[in-house]
Design a binder for this molecule. Sequence first.
Ligand SMILES: Cc1cc2nc3c(=O)[nH]c(=O)nc-3n(C[C@H](O)[C@H](O)[C@H](O)COP(=O)(O)OP(=O)(O)OC[C@H]3O[C@@H](n4cnc5c(N)ncnc54)[C@H](O)[C@@H]3O)c2cc1C
Length: 498
Amino acid sequence: MTPEPVNRRTLLKAGGALAALAAAGCTESPSGHASPSIAPIAPGGPDVAAAPDWAGFGRGLDGRFYRPGSSGYAGAHQLFNPRFDSVQPAGVVKAATIADIRESVAFARKNRLRCAPKAGGHSYVGASSVANGLVVDIGNLRSMSYANGVLTVGAGARLYDVHAFLDRYGRSLPTGTCPTVGVAGLALGGGMGVHTRAYGLTGDRILSMQVVTADGVFRACSPTQNADLFWALRGGGGGNLGIVTSFRLSTIPGGRLGIFVLKWTQAQAAAVIRGWQRFAREAPTTSWANLHLDARADGTIAVRAVGVSTTGSATAAAAQLESFVGARASSRTFSQRSHLEAVRFLGGGTTSPRTGFTAGSDVLRGPMDAATINGLVNTVKARARAGKTASAILDPLGGQAVKVPTGGSAWPWRSSLGVIQWYVGLAAHPTSTSYNSARAWITSGHRAVAKASAGGYVNYVEPGRAVQSYYSGSWNRLRTIKRKYDPANVFGGPYGIS
Ligand SMILES: Cc1cc2nc3c(=O)[nH]c(=O)nc-3n(C[C@H](O)[C@H](O)[C@H](O)COP(=O)(O)OP(=O)(O)OC[C@H]3O[C@@H](n4cnc5c(N)ncnc54)[C@H](O)[C@@H]3O)c2cc1C
């Protein structure tokens, strides 16, 4: 038998500080929040000559470890979007403890491997996988506790699970709608959804985090501890600055929601966009509505608003949107739902099947003028005329999203009107022709609204957009903080801050 390599277990035998850490990970601590004042694991250096000791590394982990060819590897590196199934990481760690995460980061740094954290796996560009690098899947760190309005949650939790947990206490959280998105990826990039105008972004509710940085140190960050990291992680996007292991988030009331769905004709599309822009500016913060312009394969486009009122009744909010549009909708549906019913309705259930797609975004610095609105409508019409489907989805900001939370935040779009998402559904493994056609359509969308676009939303990260354009005025400070916490770019990648 080969001797046991120097790994976490042998270190634990030595009775080092890691023992305390292992006992303090998200899976074992009811609060999920341990004291993070632990020194780095290993001083990885640039003079590594030997091949990585994968076997020794794997043996030292508490969680499971997969290498190409090993049983379970194919499933272990799957993301939500099957388009990235072909990306082959050199190893995948399913972390069971914070010690696993620290060891993984130290191993990646020592062996000069790119390290990609993975939570819900919904990255638009597959950034939670990495060819020839190390994926650190924290999906098993998902314990939750609640006290005094504050949710403490392991960074591997998915949105539906968070809502179902909070529902027991009559509480909620402003999040996006997809039930399987990870709270980590969502919150670190901002996190927009039906409560954005009433309560701000998901990331705005973060009170503190625990994070393993590239030096292997487990740190707390808050407005008073590692305040620069706290600022950067809230809007700086996942996968840039370290691996967050848990969040403390201030919750919101989990009250009933009034929901409306309004449909207009294709001929009214421009008027509806104009009206929606006014709504995004002038509606009370208790009202929210997004707009879907869907290109259909039959050559037509569908125009639909999905709205929410946190007062419980949606009729006034819908009437206000219709008055701004200047036309009553041709189809109007209203419902009132409890917190969890609304989560299921808006998210299409409690889970979401893996789906092929490609997408992108433009952040609207203000209302689009008439020519830009026509350009947007014509872009959607052109896709429909080609017999292909696609959607432009307009989400409003405003309300509480303009307020900078305690400790500040790197999220740069406080004064913007909203975000357009350009979305094209694809087969699980699309042909290059259909992928290229989708990307060409998204590029035509960017071009159509260029005059009104301030940049992109990092949670809708896409190929071909400059990384800086997700961060606007936060860019320079983010780069400084990146160099401080990850000088060797352990968490780097083509879409990352460097
Ligand atoms: C179907 C669908 C619906 C969506 N709906 C919305 C919506 O309504 N509102 C909205 O704002 N966004 C929405 N998004 C976008 C979503 O917020 C982003 O894709 C988000 O990054 C996904 O997070 P994740 O944890 O699921 O993904 P992952 O792919 O696991 O992670 C995303 C990024 O964060 C990094 N990361 C993951 N875990 C950690 C961690 N613990 N510490 C540090 N970095 C980490 C990854 O390396 C990657 O770069 C949607 C996405 C999809 C696919």
